[in-house]
Design a protein around this ligand. Structure first.
Ligand code: NIG
Ligand code: FE
Length: 421
């Protein structure tokens, strides 16, 4: 007689394929392309956790599910993890988009008072209620696109009160919808207009007033800085980030995006969790990131959106043995895009990454950059049950088809939270 079946809350059945990276540590270099592919794979879920992953016949033989989800020939993958977004804003910048199509550059637009400071004016004028309402709309779209964890930066307030307002809006949004939000303080996103003539005083304000308040209120897990010629110098950035680290915050940096400043080397020196953008990273910077175990978080659509030729050396970073992650960089100025599937396609086309490498970059490696590799990012026993049913026959289609969301059903913590008709 066969053993009695184990009761579970949910069995996800009927998929043509299950594809997932494996492990809890970042997958680097060649290991990025080695995903586990299970034809007709299924997942068993009990409460919020995955209790089994394997061929459907095996799971059907072992488990008695209280409910089932029919994947109808689709592909099962882990929920996507977006490790770099700026989703708290009130106003949009389609005017700047159009100016760029006519030849203006991002830097010229910023120098004329547009850019980040334009969004700052909108955030300062906006109520918490309005910011929360807009953020919830963005999060609903992220969820429909299969993103189940989102790093959320402040950085469009640039006063103590307005930065706190944005971080508190993120904290409130956490309670109101299923996506896990990871808050990052980006008070050093730009120098606000009122400090343009006295920049050292703004750096001082960030270090001695904003950061202690953020840390004391546990308003952020990470501190980010826009390290760039038009923003914060290497010295300013080091000072702010060392202060953040001493207050217990993790570090993520915008580096080498518009110019080769050596920001990757700084991220390595400080032991940052991630170094983001990297369009102008040097070979020395690449070596430093690898040696320090920093996750490069690339934003493949940003150069397109800014009409810039220069792109991050995605293929080179993978071949150099780094655990690349990809993100949308969703924000109203440099990338009005929320779709990680679209980002993966761009990473495939522009960086020459395989579908498997893209999947690892948008799940496990992104999760590891957020300190959550043990919890999410793969479909494995013990991990949180964040599972997507994709409306494609195998994981290669994930990068192969453009312009349509492949996401049919989203499961977060074992519950179906989004389902497309
Ligand atoms: O990641 N580089 C700095 N920050 C954003 C752009 C923000 C904006 O233009 O509003 C980025 O590209
Ligand atoms: Fe950014």
């Amino acid at each position: 007689m066969s053993a009695p079946k184990q009761a579970v809350d949910l069995l996800v059945l009927g998929a043509s394929e299950l594809a997932t990276p494996t492990g809890s540590a970042p997958r680097a270099g060649a290991a990025m392309g080695e995903v586990r592919v299970v034809p007709r794979g299924a997942v068993a879920i009990e409460r919020e956790r995955i209790v089994a992953v394997g061929p459907q016949e095996d799971l059907v033989a072992r488990f008695a599910p209280r409910s089932t989800l029919d994947a109808r020939g689709g592909t099962l993958v882990p929920g996507f993890v977006d490790a770099h977004t700026h989703p708290v804003f009130a106003t949009t910048r389609e005017d700047e988009f159009e100016l760029r199509t006519k030849g203006a550059t991002y830097v010229e637009i910023a120098a004329a008072g547009g850019g980040i400071l334009s969004t700052v004016r909108g955030v300062r004028a906006a109520s918490r209620e309005l910011l929360l309402e807009r953020l919830l709309v963005h999060l609903e779209r992220f969820l429909a696109l299969g993103t189940t964890t989102v790093e959320c930066k402040s950085g469009y307030g640039l006063t103590l009160d307005d930065e706190v307002k944005c971080l508190e809006v993120i904290a409130e949004a956490r309670l109101r919808q299923p996506i896990e939000l990871v808050p990052t303080f980006l008070g050093a996103h730009d120098f606000p207009a009122e400090f343009r003539a006295r920049k050292p005083e703004y750096v001082e304000l960030v270090c001695s007033t904003m950061l202690p308040r953020v840390a004391q209120g546990k308003l952020a897990e990470y501190c980010d800085v826009f390290t760039e010629g038009i923003a914060f110098s290497l010295d300013d950035s080091r000072r702010i980030l060392e202060r953040a680290r001493s207050l217990g915050l993790g570090l993520r940096l915008h580096v080498d995006q518009l110019t080769p400043l050596g920001g990757a080397e700084l991220a390595a020196e400080l032991g940052a969790a991630s170094a983001d953008h990297l369009e102008h990273v040097s070979e020395r910077g690449i070596d430093a990131l690898r040696a320090a175990g920093v996750v490069p978080v690339l934003c493949p659509v940003v150069p397109l959106f800014l009409r810039q030729e220069r792109e991050a050396p995605g293929r080179r970073l993978v071949d150099a043995g780094l655990p690349v992650a990809v993100s949308t960089d969703f924000n109203p100025g440099s990338c009005n895009l929320q779709s990680l599937p679209e980002v993966m396609s761009w990473a495939a086309l522009r960086y020459r990454m395989s579908a498997a490498e893209c999947l690892t970059a948008a799940t496990l490696n992104a999760a590891c950059s957020l300190g959550r590799g043990g919890e999410i990012g793969t479909l494995e026993v013990g991990k949180r049950a964040d599972v997507l049913v994709l409306d494609v026959p195998n994981h290669r289609h994930l990068v192969y088809e453009l312009g349509r969301s492949p996401v049919r059903t989203v499961v977060v913590r074992g519950r179906v939270v989004h389902s497309r008709a």
